[in-house]
Write a protein that binds this ligand. Structure first.
Ligand SMILES: C[C@H](Nc1nc(-c2c[nH]c3ncc(Cl)cc23)ncc1F)C(=O)NCC(F)(F)F
Length: 296
């Protein structure tokens, strides 16, 4: 709702600590404290790091994208802060204290059971379904870009690479792929820089793998793929090797103790032909059905 504060005055934005580095900018924890008595709310502030890759235009698109995405499974947009001095702007978002899914799962694996992993998966699925209704392709769906709002709520964040699929096409083609997370990329994204809702579905399958691996660094997608490719391959040819093993039908193995029905979901998302991959609504239904069985 636009009623909420959308313009934040820089002088009331108190820096507290760094949260992390994103695609085009860094995110900091700040307190917006107009009364100056430390009663103000905590916010996450994304500052544009003007470098060769990112421009103010890209950042404005990210702000625009987030400002129209008002949904419970998507990190909340709060507004913007224009800094007079540096002729720059910052994106102000809600601050989620539980942090990113990667850190949360890695440090809470013992108290997160299968049912909760499935709950998180269904929420990410619903968030992606909402994105699709607005013809947005996320292009950077990874556990690193999912935030934990509470023990039973996760939200999709970081829309720095999000693009709108043109009305007359079913995909978006990028010109120069930046420092892209190729181990989350569908084959057509690696080979042709072609992104669609179906390539987001492939990435969702990789996020499912991360979820059921509790984001264990020893079995993360990059580690598993590099082990298959061979760790001594030069960096510029990794994407070619990755495309090859995927063409030859290699896929990441099931995480330890992952039930067959869940691994089957991952394999559906990793269909080489994007037409054969399920859509997010179909995935959501399958996840909910497995949750029912888990419940009984
Ligand atoms: C670059 C920033 N990195 C990080 N952010 C946070 C974070 C905690 N709590 C947060 N609340 C709101 C926001 Cl926007 C971020 C955080 N924690 C660790 C990070 F490395 C980021 O945006 N990452 C994408 C995503 F938000 F999905 F985690």
């Amino acid at each position: 709702d636009q009623g909420e504060q959308t313009l934040f005055e820089e002088r009331h934005l108190r820096y507290i600590s760094p949260l992390g580095k994103g695609n085009f900018g860094s995110v900091e924890l700040c307190r917006y404290d107009p009364l100056g008595d430390n009663t103000g709310e905590m916010v996450a502030v994304k500052k544009l790091q003007p470098n060769k890759l990112s421009t103010l235009e890209d950042f404005k698109k990210e702000v625009k994208t987030l400002s129209v995405l008002d949904y419970e499974y998507i990190v909340k947009y709060k507004g913007v802060c224009y800094s007079t001095g540096r002729l720059s702007m910052s994106l102000v978002m809600e601050y989620l204290p539980y942090g990113s899914l990667i850190n949360y799962l890695d440090s809470n694996r013992l108290c997160v059971n299968t049912w909760r992993l499935l709950l998180f998966a269904s929420q990410i699925c619903k968030g992606m379904e909402h994105l699709q209704t607005l013809r947005y392709v996320h292009r950077d769906l990874t556990a690193r870009n999912i935030l934990v709002a509470s023990e039973s709520l996760v939200k999709i964040a970081d829309f720095g690479l999000t693009k709108v699929v043109p009305f007359d096409k079913e995909y978006y083609r990028v010109s120069q792929p930046g420092d892209s997370p190729i181990f989350w990329y569908a084959p057509e994204s690696i080979n042709e820089s072609r992104f669609s809702h179906k390539s987001d579905v492939w990435s969702f399958g990789v996020v499912l793998h991360e979820l059921f691996s509790y984001c264990d660094i020893n079995s993360n997608p990059k580690r598993l793929c590099m082990r298959e490719i061979g760790n001594n391959v030069q960096s510029q040819s990794i994407s070619m090797y990755l495309a090859n093993i995927l063409k030859n039908n290699w896929r990441m193995p099931a995480p330890p103790n992952c039930q067959a029905k869940v691994y089957s979901l991952m394999r559906q998302c990793w269909a080489y032909d994007f037409e054969e991959r399920p859509c997010f609504s179909g995935l959501g239904n399958q996840i909910e059905a497995i949750m029912q069985d888990e419940r009984e």
